[in-house]
Ligand binder design. Structure first.
Ligand SMILES: C[S@@+](CC[C@H](N)C(=O)[O-])C[C@H]1O[C@@H](n2cnc3c(N)ncnc32)[C@H](O)[C@@H]1O
Length: 250
């Protein structure tokens, strides 16, 4: 009898112990998970949790917060118009393409309303989006990829080229800037092949020594070149955007 009571009390104690550790786990799960992360991951996570644009992106069904950068630029500078063909370079996960699809296709029931076209390209997978054609797992630096973009355009020409491309950060500032400069020059090269006269190019860059080289190149090719820092672009980031309008053919 004594032995049975002892066994029972040990069983109850174990169950209570399990319960306590389960409650402990539920209460502190997030904290423990956070502790497992590296300091950089923790900083990223707490920044994401505090970021109002992350919250708004979730509420408005945008794939990521960067949508608000393009929305702000377009509201101020009116670059995306109904009927435009748009190339979105570095499109994954697809938030800029969401904005572009919405802006280039006029809403309403008018059968004659202009219909736009959006093609997005990225090294990564891009989840499908109604109204956009995507070329995932594709490197814009490859001439064959640029040829596929051109083939996909209804008239072989685009009125707007967007680039939010960024290389994977190596942590070495100069190297990363050099890589982004290469990507920007590649976008400029694409513009020379497919941009309609009068067309627009919007290109992300990290402000620094190379930015003058890119700006100079753009000024040679476009009548109006501006440097923009949208509100949704983090203040601590050196990210800027070149907005080049009125592409000149000669
Ligand atoms: C900041 S994200 C773009 C976010 C996107 N604008 C959006 O709103 O969803 C930058 C993207 O550039 C892409 N990228 C970098 N180098 C590239 C290259 N050579 N060709 C194509 N995409 C590239 C990256 O894979 C990454 O997905």
């Amino acid at each position: 009898m004594e032995a049975r009571r002892w066994l029972l009390s040990r069983h109850v104690a174990r169950r209570q112990g399990d319960m306590i550790s389960w409650v402990w786990h539920c209460l502190f799960h997030t904290t423990v998970e956070q502790l497992k992360k590296t300091p950089a991951e923790q900083r990223w996570l707490s920044r994401q949790l505090r970021d109002p644009y992350v919250k708004s992106a979730r509420q408005q069904n945008f794939r990521c917060r960067s949508a608000f950068k393009l929305l702000e630029i377009d509201e101020k500078h009116n670059i995306l118009k109904p009927g435009n063909s748009v190339i979105d370079c570095g499109a994954a996960p697809g938030a800029w393409s969401q904005v572009a699809v919405d802006r280039v296709n006029a809403t309403g029931f008018d059968p004659d309303a202009p219909v736009g076209f959006v093609v997005g390209v990225d090294l990564l997978h891009i989840p499908p989006l109604d109204g956009a054609v995507f070329l995932p797992h594709s490197d814009l630096l490859e001439p064959t990829v640029q040829a596929r973009i051109q083939e996909s355009l209804p008239t072989g020409m685009a009125q707007v080229i967007l680039s939010d491309m960024a290389p994977n950060a190596s942590g070495i500032r100069e190297l990363d800037q050099q890589r982004l400069a290469e990507l920007c020059l590649c976008v400029v090269g694409l513009a020379r092949k497919v941009l309609s006269p009068g067309g627009t190019l919007l290109c992300k860059f990290w402000d620094g020594t190379n930015s003058r080289i890119i700006q100079k190149r753009l000024t040679e090719l476009f009548r109006d070149v501006k440097t923009l820092k949208p509100a949704a672009s983090r203040k601590e980031s050196s990210e800027i955007y070149f907005l080049a309008k009125h592409y000149r053919t000669s």
